[in-house]
Design a protein around this ligand. Structure first.
Ligand SMILES: Cc1cc2nc3c(=O)[nH]c(=O)nc-3n(C[C@H](O)[C@H](O)[C@H](O)COP(=O)(O)OP(=O)(O)OC[C@H]3O[C@@H](n4cnc5c(N)ncnc54)[C@H](O)[C@@H]3O)c2cc1C
Length: 545
């Protein structure tokens, strides 16, 4: 209790800080174990305590309250093209890099690390997203870039010794001289983002290298040491590795025009950029740029979903923590039956989402050696990105409301999470694009995709509404002219997969999820679910003991 001159401060919840973000999260602990990551628990708990500290929360706030600044020219009018970040941003980058979130799914020579490296890294990414999400943009792009660089072994051999360092080095210097490096990507132009075939940026041969001329309308994390960029070469759209410095050590012709003013994602810089004959090296075959860069995009899509669940988890625990401390009408909010139902319904959503993304990450782990897992990964990545990322903004709004007015002000973290949440659905392929990608997977790899659907039918057998949902998904997705119903079918597919993933972790809660999400429900808002008091208790106890 604190006294002010005019009143005593009562009935405000203490900050949710200095906690272990891993061990307090039973659905995460069990989903990691279920997907082969049990051996990583001590490492994840150490990570969870570090990222759950008050010091990390303060860094997250400072990095967003002090957004990056573009320094286009120096005092003498020479181009500088550097972006300055607050020290808190550099700290966050250093902590993430130290924990290997930018590289730990690869061996030192750029091969998939195997074992449960995807699951363990995903758990860290999910916890870091609860604290600060903007800096994860260069972290995810760096990790993902290796999948595309793998098509060019000589280039990979040059970059991998630097990428594989568990270090962050923000110095503006050639990547081959640094202790660590980050990579970004430039695809989107003014006339087209989804339709990258409309790219106008040109690539011309210059000996063994290439010169790139044109623009990108969005190119995030401009202080990355190199970018994978799409440009039109003689034989069509191709992918290029464009470093900030040329091989002779001079600065490359990459001119930043301005930084975007964004709804959220404020700690991260997103630039508009022009290339005036910038030096680049080709990655993958000429004319096969989309096929090359999609290797990278597949992984950033996975991370969009993981980050969105992380944001929802943070919303849930802040709401639940507050409700356990705040009294209204002589009773804690957490003991009011209607609030219990709201919170438990939200906990159910997060529990299913965590189970689903961890199951997806297991597929990423096993895809290189198991064709069935590769098919699961191919079909479910766009479906999971679609459903999970779209779930986050309304979820965070509801979490905010649980804190009443305090949820809406910028002193807390929920306003920031809410502003952050839509971007994961927009970038790396927006909602409709994800649905069309599911259809593409079915049309190109129909047999493998059908087997994935059959697997989901088996894993959800006997759960309420599962058979009807599966039948709707199969009938709808396997029809030929089905774009107009793709959203309904892809959402149902993702929820069926979530039910299956949760059934492996907690069958009782999987049945609750099936009853309330697969069967026609009584309402769409959180709190309209049909949850008995003992179910509410069980869900909330697992969410935050
Ligand atoms: C903060 C931020 C950072 C970004 N950083 C980067 C970056 O680093 N590098 C980069 O390359 N890009 C970046 N982007 C761009 C982002 O990837 C694109 O905005 C996104 O891919 C959509 O492209 P667009 O904006 O051109 O929209 P459009 O392609 O015009 O799409 C508009 C809408 O139409 C829908 N649509 C498209 N095709 C179809 C179809 N066939 N049928 C039905 N609907 C369709 C889309 O789903 C979308 O909802 C960033 C964007 C944001 C917001």
């Amino acid at each position: 209790m604190t006294s002010f001159a005019t009143h005593e401060v009562l009935n405000q919840s203490p900050p949710f800080e200095d906690v272990d973000l891993f061990n307090l999260d039973r659905p995460l602990v069990e989903a990691v174990a279920m997907n082969d990551g049990a051996a990583g628990h001590p490492e994840l708990s150490e990570f969870g305590k570090h990222w759950g500290s008050a010091a990390m929360a303060a860094r997250g706030r400072a990095a967003n309250e002090n957004p990056p600044k573009l320094r286009t020219f120096d005092a003498r009018g020479f181009r500088r093209d550097e972006v300055e970040f607050h020290p808190a941003y550099h700290e966050l980058m250093a902590r993430s890099a130290h924990a290997g979130i930018h590289n730990s799914t690869w061996t030192a020579d750029g091969k998939p690390a195997g074992a449960a490296s995807e699951v363990l890294r995903a758990a860290k990414f999910y916890m870091a997203a609860q604290v600060e999400t903007g800096h994860l943009c260069p972290i995810t792009m760096t990790r993902a870039s290796v999948a595309a660089l793998a098509l060019e072994p000589d280039l990979l051999a040059k970059a991998m010794p630097v990428i594989s360092q568990a270090a962050y080095d923000p110095t503006f210097a050639p990547y081959w001289t640094k202790r660590g490096m980050t990579l970004g990507m430039g695809m989107t132009e003014k006339q087209g983002g989804t339709d990258v075939r409309s790219n106008m940026t040109r690539a011309e041969r210059d000996g063994d290298a290439w010169r790139i001329t044109g623009h990108k309308w969005f190119m995030s994390a401009p202080m990355c040491d190199a970018f994978l960029v799409l440009a039109q070469a003689e034989r069509g759209l191709s992918c290029f590795f464009m470093p900030r410095f040329k091989p002779d050590g001079s600065v490359n012709e990459i001119n930043f025009q301005r930084l975007k003013e964004k709804l959220g994602n404020r700690s991260n810089a997103s630039s508009e950029v022009e290339f005036t004959g910038a030096y680049a090296e080709r990655v993958g075959d000429e004319g096969k740029g989309i096929r090359t860069i999609i290797q990278m995009v597949q992984l950033t899509r996975q991370d969009c979903a993981i980050a969105s669940v992380g944001l929802m988890r943070s919303g849930l625990v802040h709401a639940l923590h507050h409700a356990r401390h705040r009294s209204v009408f002589q009773k804690h909010l957490a003991d009011q039956p209607l609030m219990q139902t709201v919170l438990a319904d939200m906990a159910l959503q997060v529990e299913a989402s965590v189970a689903l993304v961890m199951r997806l990450c297991k597929a990423f782990d096993q895809a290189p050696v198991d064709p069935a897992e590769a098919a699961y990964m191919r079909l479910l990545t766009p479906a999971v990105k679609y459903w999970v990322c779209k779930s986050a903004p309304p979820f965070l709004y509801e979490a905010m409301e649980c804190l009443g007015g305090n949820g809406y002000v910028e002193d807390g973290i929920l306003a920031r999470h809410y502003r952050e949440s839509p971007v994961n659905a927009i970038w790396e392929g927006s909602g409709n694009v994800m649905c069309l990608d599911v259809l593409r997977a079915l049309s190109r790899e129909g047999e493998a995709a059908s087997q994935v659907l059959q697997g989901l039918v088996q894993e959800t057998m006997g759960l309420s509404g599962a058979a009807e949902t599966a039948s709707f998904v199969i009938k709808t997705l396997l029809r030929s002219d089905n774009e107009n119903v793709a959203r309904a079918a892809v959402e149902a597919l993702a929820m069926l997969a979530a039910t299956a993933a949760l059934a492996a972790v907690h069958p009782g809660h999987a049945e609750l999820f099936a009853q309330n999400r697969l069967s026609p429900s009584r309402g769409k808002m959180y709190g309209a679910a049909d949850l008995a008091p003992e179910h509410c208790r069980s869900l909330l106890e697992r969410a935050l003991p």
